[in-house]
Design a protein around this ligand. Structure first.
Ligand code: MG
Length: 229
């Protein structure tokens, strides 16, 4: 049976901790500052607080301030990613060596994920592209690690969980995938980069530890090692 690989985007296919996350944080802070009429310190505090509490700043802004996703993404995620991107050498041939269907599964909005995938020259090499915009139940966002959303995506694409593999840098998402019967691969290289690079972005959901959690089937440094699995 053909395997289907579900790939996360940020810090899985490229090194978002190098410059993209820092730039995006600045964009979000400025948006919060202007839109909520708060100073830069308050804006930064709110961005972090909502991100920690809800998994994304946007969900806090929707819940507490009536901000719309369209308005938020237009102000924070529409920028030229090309000068900020960093990724492993030979990424395209390395990804193409992986046998099976390839699907992008990212919690980022499509306007951003598409621009990154185009810049990586991967957009037209994947079989499907699932972004945050496509993860809604009755108008409410249900991104990873929603098990319900993962099951719905598998059902829609007629894929049995045992034939699906999630490739991710975020253990919390891998834990959810494992719980519904998917195989899991933890990508660690860019998280380790973020730990080493002082002041760089590190998600509270990332895994700087060195052991292999029970819900992770394989650990790799980068997606370039996946063809060995
Ligand atoms: Mg990620």
């Amino acid at each position: 049976m053909k395997k289907t690989w579900f790939f996360d985007l940020d810090n899985t296919l490229h090194n978002a901790s190098h410059a993209v996350f820092q730039f995006m944080d600045g964009q979000i802070n400025r948006f919060v500052e202007v839109r909520l009429k708060v100073d830069s310190h308050q804006a930064d505090r709110l961005r972090r607080e909502y991100w920690m509490r809800y998994g994304s700043t946007l969900q806090g802004l929707i819940k507490h301030h009536g901000i719309t996703a369209t308005e938020y993404f237009a102000s924070t995620h529409c920028f030229d990613v090309r000068p900020l991107l960093k990724f492993e050498r030979g990424l395209v041939p390395r990804v193409l060596r992986i046998r099976g269907k390839k699907v992008l599964l990212t919690n980022a909005p499509h306007v951003y994920s598409k621009s990154v995938m185009l810049a990586l020259d991967l957009e037209h090499r994947f079989d499907a592209h699932i972004a945050l915009d496509h993860m809604q139940f009755y108008g409410v966002y249900a991104p990873k690690p929603s098990r319900r959303m993962l099951l719905r995506i598998l059902a829609k694409h007629k894929i049995r969980p045992a034939n699906a593999i999630l490739v991710e840098d975020s253990p919390v998402n891998l834990k959810a995938a494992k719980a519904i019967g998917m195989k899991t691969v933890l990508v660690r290289g860019f998280t380790r980069y973020a730990v080493r690079k002082k002041g760089s972005y590190l998600s509270p959901h990332s895994a700087p530890n060195f052991g292999r959690p029970f819900y992770v089937d394989y650990c790799v440094h980068s997606v370039g090692q996946l063809h060995r699995i």
